[in-house]
Design a protein around this ligand. Sequence first.
Ligand code: ADP
Ligand code: F6P
Length: 324
Amino acid sequence: MAKEINTIGVLTSGGDAPGMNAAIRAVVRTALAQGKKVKGIMRGYQGLIDEEIIDMDKHSVSDIIQKGGTILGTARCDDFRTPEGQQRGAEVCRKYGIDGLVVIGGDGSFQGAQKLAHLGVNTIGIPGTIDLDIACTDYTIGFDTAVNTAMEAIDKVRDTSTSHERCSIIEVMGRHAGYIALWCGLANGAEDILLPERYNHDEQKIINHIIDSRKLGKKHHLIINAEGIGHSSSMAKRIEAATGMETRATILGHMQRGGSPSCKDRVYASIMGAYAVDALCEGKSSRVVAYKKGEYIDIDIDEALAMSKDISEYEYNISKVLAR
Ligand code: ADP
Ligand code: F6P
């Protein structure tokens, strides 16, 4: 029989995402409601190794559901990639009596959780990343707020692009994943969408598209470029030289990671946070909470990390048809 859980630890790791606070709140309040103690680990795996651990009560999570960022802080911790760092993390969990650990973060953070699970720490992951790039789940906390932030910013760039009859290259986040770019491309009616998963570096095709659109009387040309492709400023110079159309690059950057979470992010985060605690209390371990085909589920962490995900070809094709 699984050992009874008395103390639950919670940490946020990797890039922050709007809604992480709502998830922390749900973890803390659900655990307290079930008579468990809760420890907050500051600054992700770095804080675990450094024993930056605080006791949390219901007031620790008051007035945070509407706040962006993460009250626990987050970090990228290279030491935790080493076996020594992972051993240290597992020892600290034992020292503080943490017999269930909730890790809120992306794929990288789940790999850290997987290592801890293999060292005997009961772990459960909650998908928190603006990138939507975790294969086992249809939703990741933060994506909705981030795409809405980016969409609103791109609408503003569109206004001035139209007035000045310019081409605008707008770079959105997503080093390896083009979900933000694809969604903004669709939502903002962009003329071209460049995704790391699909772009073949055929700049001439974009140039021809701009020239053809100008002939048809289009007043602007919006190109959404994913961070993973990058080079927006030099691309703008080359496009301006080749088309004669004034071209500007705007890099939206970290603004996409901040701000008050949307309703969707707050609700998914609240349910996933509560689900994670329920799963631990039911004796589950080495799991990841996911949202799949309209349902909240949990998946074995090894299986979750072995899955892969790609942009939907159907959605990508629609984006191209609508842009013409
Ligand atoms: P995200 O969780 O958003 O994908 P990262 O990839 O930066 O962000 O990972 C966050 C942290 O998770 C890393 O800084 C590191 O501490 C830990 N981590 C990532 N990959 C591994 C791994 N293979 N083994 C152990 N820990 C890892
Ligand atoms: O994973 C979230 C994310 O915002 C990615 O879209 C981006 O590539 C990366 O984090 C940026 O990381 P940093 O905050 O270290 O610049």
